[in-house]
Ligand binder design. Structure first.
Ligand SMILES: NC(=O)c1ccc[n+]([C@@H]2O[C@H](COP(=O)([O-])OP(=O)(O)OC[C@H]3O[C@@H](n4cnc5c(N)ncnc54)[C@H](OP(=O)(O)O)[C@@H]3O)[C@@H](O)[C@H]2O)c1
Length: 201
């Protein structure tokens, strides 16, 4: 399978590409790193990426920046980043990528748990992840030729908490998150939001 992996060098992206590289031809795409680069905030950059790559069997996006901060303190730019990167960046990957997706192929986007578990300081990112999930649910009804679309909605990742230097015991390991992307590609579901949650011990 030829898989286009956007955000391949991120914490989640590295785990996902490691998993898929065992069996598939994975094209690793980043913003500043990778075989190819793209800026998902720039429609022309997305179109140019697909023109270079051509047809693919799967598109997975593990990119998408969000901003944290209270409503009282979040500047316009924080909301704009969520809208133009996390939300419209991924939506535009679908809009421009669909014609390059082979019949029966799949798209997997990344949302997150912020809208399911409200916490102070996450209003902007919660709005973005809810938007991604809503888009996926409706897009699945419109895709034809056996094409599918899902989202993986991870809880906070263990390696991210480690990077922040805080207790990581309640995080989900990136390798465990990666398995949900595999399910999205392999299981045949569409319009599904895979909640990637740490297992309860
Ligand atoms: N980590 C978590 O705890 C967690 C939890 C829930 C949801 N998520 C979501 O999961 C996704 C991945 O998270 P992560 O922690 O793995 O992120 P990360 O480590 O910060 O990696 C982000 C990746 O996205 C790429 N990227 C950044 N800006 C881009 C742009 N404008 N255009 C194209 N690519 C861009 C980066 O490329 P370069 O490396 O080349 O710069 C990098 O490969 C994000 O959507 C995040 O919101 C993460």
């Amino acid at each position: 399978m030829k898989i286009l992996a956007i955000g391949a060098n991120g914490i989640i992206g590295q785990a996902v590409t490691r998993l898929f590289a065992q069996q598939h031809d994975v094209i690793e795409v980043g913003h500043s790193t990778g075989e190819l680069t793209v800026d998902i905030e720039d429609s022309a950059s997305i179109q140019s990426l697909f023109e270079r790559v051509g047809s693919v069997d799967a598109i997975i996006c593990m990119a998408g920046n969000g901003e944290m901060g209270s409503i009282a303190e979040m500047p316009n730019e924080g909301y704009q980043t969520v809208l133009s990167n996390k939300l419209m960046g991924q939506v535009n990957l679908v809009r421009f990528g669909l014609e390059y997706l082979n019949d029966g192929g799949s798209i997997t986007l990344t949302s997150g748990q912020a809208a399911n578990h409200p916490m102070p300081g996450t209003a902007a990112i919660a709005m973005g992840v809810a938007g991604v999930n809503a888009f996926v649910s409706v897009a699945a009804l419109e895709l034809d030729k056996g094409k599918r679309i899902n989202a993986v909605s991870p809880a906070i990742v263990k390696e991210t908490l480690e990077q922040w230097g805080v207790d990581s015991s309640h995080g989900i390991a990136a390798n465990d998150v990666a398995r949900f992307y595999q399910q999205s590609i392999d299981e045949g579901k569409t319009g599904h939001i895979y909640d990637a949650l740490p297992s309860l011990n």
